[in-house]
Design a protein around this ligand. Structure first.
Ligand code: COA
Length: 141
């Protein structure tokens, strides 16, 4: 298993991966948006690759005040082999090297497996928050 940065020609495989582990979000996971993210910070989308297959990914958003991790996913047939643990360690190492504290992530309440995965790897806190979003409207300009 190798770990490397996302490139634009990985897009179709990345979307397949995100769909396979229920992380695909059509609002965010558009080619142009992903390309803009990796263009702005080429280290911020990390892939796990087995042979020619993309088997796992993790996204991060860096900020020196607090950084965020999103989209940690591994294709079901490659789970329980340590791939997500390796991806999480790589993302954390990149963020800590730049200088950030803490690293924050979101897990939905129903995702017991994801919840326990992160708890076991040192994540904690009891924040009961809603995730609100607002799209820019042209007339707001
Ligand atoms: C949560 C998720 C990312 C974990 O991925 P994963 O690659 O299976 O995780 P790992 O293999 O690193 O760890 C899972 C278990 O496998 C075990 N494991 C690790 N290496 C192993 C190996 N070589 N052989 C056997 N088992 C192993 C670990 O002990 C671990 O168990 P633990 O959490 O009780 O310690 C994956 O289940 C997933 O994609 N879920 C759907 C998406 C999701 O919910 N993401 C998180 C919220 S964004």
């Amino acid at each position: 298993m190798k770990i490397r940065n996302y490139q634009d020609n990985d897009f179709v495989s990345l979307i397949d991966l995100l769909r396979s582990c229920n992380l695909y979000n059509p609002q965010y996971d558009k080619r142009e948006m992903i390309q803009r993210k990796s263009g702005a910070d080429s280290d911020s989308i990390i892939l796990a690759v087995q042979g020619t297959q993309i088997v796992g990914c993790i996204f991060f958003i860096y900020d020196p005040w607090s950084s965020f991790i999103y989209h940690l996913g591994v294709v079901p047939e490659h789970q329980n082999k340590g791939i997500a643990t390796a991806l999480l360690k790589e993302a954390e190492a990149r963020l800590y090297k730049r200088g950030t504290n803490p690293v924050t992530l979101f897990v939905i309440k129903e995702n017991k497996h994801g919840f326990n995965f992160f708890k076991k790897r040192g994540y904690g806190g009891e924040f009961l928050t809603w995730c609100f979003e607002k799209q820019e409207k042209k007339q707001d300009k």
